[in-house]
Design a protein around this ligand. Sequence first.
Ligand code: WQD
Length: 338
Amino acid sequence: MKIVVTGGLGFIGSHTVVELQNENFEVIVIDNLSNSSIEVLDGIEKITGKKPLFEQIDLRDKTAVQDFFKKYADVSGVIHFAASKAVGESVQNPLLYYENNINSLVYILQELNNKPEANFIFSSSCTVYGQAEKMPIAESTSIQPAMSPYGNTKQIGEEIITDVTKVSNLNAILLRYFNPIGAHPSNEIGELPLGVPQNLVPFITQTGVGLRKELAVYGNDYTTSDGTCVRDYIHVVDLAKAHVIAMQRLVNKTNTEKLEIFNLGTGKGSSVLEVIKAFEKASGQKLPYKIVARREGDVTEAYANTDKANNVLGWKTQLGLDEAIASAWKWEQKIRKQ
Ligand code: WQD
């Protein structure tokens, strides 16, 4: 069974390609290499013994998207990761984000729309909940106005897919990720952030290897146990496995609705200081950090109610924060030596 993975050389995409191949799906990766490296294909091959088919396509090129689906007319499903994902950059350059994240989605859906049957998985984000009133956050929680163009592209993406499923053969699953971190246990693939990382864990590991002087902790005056923000950090391998289960659900037609939504998190919240402690434990070294002012747009806390994913998908995370941080650290040390 052929599955297309857009953004398949990116952080979550590459881990998902590995898990799909482990379950004997035939994978075709689409990536424009704008935020990924072609060597990731070798990492995937080292882990699974198989190199996925690869097409270097920019999904903003409508003709290229049309040609792709003509060439691979028999695909059973698409997992759509390809998108720009830097919150700050999206504020500076909103049109880039709307073009890249929305046009690409529309062009793919236009092709799937022509098919008698189409299965589609969309990378969404817990950012759609904003600051939820109640923790843990269930899927039924209302969506809040987006705090950035990036967040807005996720909300608009969800709406576009919802509208299309109502009038077409499209079956879709929206996966709302909490905070994905970590690397594959083989240490062959992991996160490769461009420039100065905006996300906590890559910044910590880069500080650990001496690439950054110190971590700035954005605020310790939040209403949490230690004053720092709380997030739900999920190991990328657990996250990747959920995509395989979701795709199996679609292709085996065990889905009960044409559109389903699942939170993907561990269900456990961890503060920034707890993440620092986990890093210090994994690395055996102190992390230099200082407390600075809050970062604009940060919510106080966000962690998932995972009941729906656990009960309906039959999926549960198997790895915890310590394992995720240890794998991220091992990966960081490897890539700095190269
Ligand atoms: C986590 C915590 C920061 C960096 C963002 C997007 C979201 C999603 C994932 C992606 C927060 C604190 C961070 C630093 C710090 N999308 N922090 N110092 O903000 O929960 O989510 O990334 O594709 O849509 O909004 O993740 O890793 O940036 O921050 O203190 O240098 O770490 O304040 O509490 P966030 P993050």
